[in-house]
Design a protein around this ligand. Sequence first.
Ligand code: F6P
Length: 505
Amino acid sequence: MSMTTGPDALRSHAARLRGTPLNALLAQDPERVRRHALRSGPLYFNFARQSYDAVAWDALLAQARSADLAGAFRRLFDGATVNVTEGRAALHTALRGQHSDAAIARAAFASATEVRQRMAALIAQLEGTGVTDIVSVGIGGSDLGPRLVADALRDPLPGRFRVHFLSNVDGAAAQRTLALLDPARTAAILISKTFGTQETLLNGGILRDWLGGSERLYAVSANPERAAAAFDIAAERVLPMWDWVGGRYSLWSAVGFPIALAIGFDRFEGLLAGASQFDAHVLDTPLADNIAVRHALTAVWNRNALGHAAQGVMTYDQRLALLPAYLQQLVMESLGKSVKLDGSPVDVDTVPVWWGGAGTDVQHSFFQALHQGTQIVPLDFVGTVRNDDPYAENHLALLSNLLAQSEALANGQASDDPHRSYAGGRPSTLILLDALTPQSLGGLIAMYEHSVYAQSVLWGINAFDQFGVELGKQLANGLLPALRGETEAKDPVTRALLAEIAARN
Ligand code: F6P
């Protein structure tokens, strides 16, 4: 990497810009707002309230070029082995469109299309059965994406199917979910890429027993034989996925079955079309105007040049309230890595803590810390221009709050009273959807997926494995016999806790 790019160059730009208020950057450059506004279909982004100036931005772009981000995207879409630690492709883009001539990508697209047709047929069949409620059982990537999209796009009154999500191994979750349902009018979908996930196997068993058998059980898995055998589910009700789809990138596959049930198959296809449209933007747009690239470079700037250890996403649309939870898995499971592709330690910090919530509620809880706390937390604000509810005044109030928060954080306000003064200089990206539709939501999620991938390339890490979650799972399995009193734990703290549990139980 040359002297003009790389972490040191970015840090020197950050040092040069320290003390330059965000509104001074705007005053220096009348074109700034326009140059930092980008659109793709129904999605508008404005990065003018990020703290890089034109020179720092050029250094960031140079980093994107030296990492060959354009080539990296091409390799992703062409089905190259981007998941090097597991030796496979990550072809989630082939689940929603055909953007590659590579044989592996074409085959993936064909398989995905075929399975989607099977899914449509299963939905049509279910419509005639008197089933009104569906329990979707899965966790992590087999839960968060479908849960977000189904919640965001469902009508205020449930349509033909009410879809409920059950993820946690805590039996209270199953008890509460089932308490309101009638087994005679309920079907369940067990979703697990591996079909080896403790939570889903236990909850699947609860559902099978509660339903009185497997007749109204469906499964989605990359291990369909295991799924069918474990729960005695007829092969026609088991939909496959593939090892080339990562769990957290899988909502476009049959993992989206609950989405299609909640919002209708046509609208599910609209979601895929919106994502595919954004895929085309990523492939066809030069790096400088590429939204996913700009989002990724902004993340690198905030993390590596400015050292910010957290990143927030605030949704000013109640229907997107689950977006932060979904993004936490997408971003933190993908980028929470300390070693590069070759196993050597990374040279810079990787993922910050991602968190967030829905405005305006968040303003009345933790926004105090964002305005006056000692740590700066860069934010993504996500809002929707068109209102779909009957309460127009509320929508204006919602939008006025979104605009005001970003402005207050950026510009601050001086006061003689230190308790009443706002330092400002707190960056945010503004994201506006023309309206919340399947297309715009598909595009938004695809944007985040591509930004995550671009960040992984810039950091030289693998966005598609998640070995970090394995140790805890192994230990939990090993502790089950100890909880039953059959064995002793090795760790002294765990031993003390087990004794406490045994004494109080
Ligand atoms: O524990 C993490 C994880 O492996 C995620 O990556 C995955 O989305 C989730 O568990 C569920 O896995 P599965 O779909 O195989 O049940």
